[in-house]
Design a protein around this ligand. Structure first.
Ligand SMILES: [Zn+2]
Length: 219
């Protein structure tokens, strides 16, 4: 069973993928981890990918797909795979479909964790840290008792550049430009199931797991 998990940065995709994988016994294949592993193990594909990265070029989709297929051939993937972080673009989705079709397979299910843009912005852009003890805060979900002051040590709170509203907005612009079109791509193919990502983490996992289990029964 091949499952693709879609969701914007801040939607909790990585967290949900590993929770689902654990509960259903599927393998969680995160494309970011694949690159890191292939590079540190200096595999043939890892070195090939590195040769592009060293030139400042994008790693071709075919190379990434070969990396995914190498991973998917391992025994822990026998029951099924949750792809996290790939495909990111329509071109990648088409290349993945072609490769799977060549093996008589296809994507069975695409799960989309839906979170509104306002909520994503507040999740991504709302993180603050204490300058002195590094305690983390969030303007909405874990605010300090006094604005700008650490509850633990009284230190000053600050935002890393990565956590600023501007960086958050930029990340979302890239996502809505490149990855959001995939939602329609898979919807047209009748593979997309949408799950409300603004519920509690446990409730989101439960819904995702239910959808997969229902699909497993049908198969
Ligand atoms: Zn502190």
């Amino acid at each position: 069973m091949y499952i693709v998990l879609l969701g914007a940065p801040g939607a909790g995709k990585g967290t949900q993928a590993s929770r689902m994988a654990e509960q259903i016994g599927l393998a969680h294949v995160a494309s970011g981890d694949l690159f890191r592993e292939a590079l540190s193990n200096r595999t043939e594909l890892g070195l090939l990918a590195k040769s592009y990265m060293d030139r400042g070029a994008l790693v071709p989709d075919e190379v990434t797909i070969r990396m995914i297929f190498e991973r998917v051939a391992l025994p822990d993937c026998a029951k099924g795979v949750i792809l996290d972080g790939f495909p990111r673009t329509i071109a990648q989705a088409e290349a993945l479909d072609r490769t799977l079709a060549g093996q008589g397979k296809n994507i069975d299910l695409v799960l989309y964790i839906k979170v509104s843009e306002d909520e994503l912005l507040s999740r991504l852009g709302g993180r603050w840290l204490c300058r002195r003890c590094q305690a983390p805060y969030h303007i909405k979900s874990a605010p300090p008792k006094v604005a700008g002051v650490c509850d633990v040590c009284g230190g000053e709170l600050y935002q890393r550049t990565d956590d600023s509203m501007e960086t958050a907005r930029n990340r979302l612009v890239v996502y809505f430009d490149q990855t959001a079109p995939l939602i329609e791509y898979y919807q047209t193919k009748g593979k997309l199931v949408e799950v409300d990502g603004e519920q509690e983490i446990e409730a989101v996992t439960r819904e995702l797991v239910d959808v997969v289990r229902a699909r497993q029964v049908q198969k």
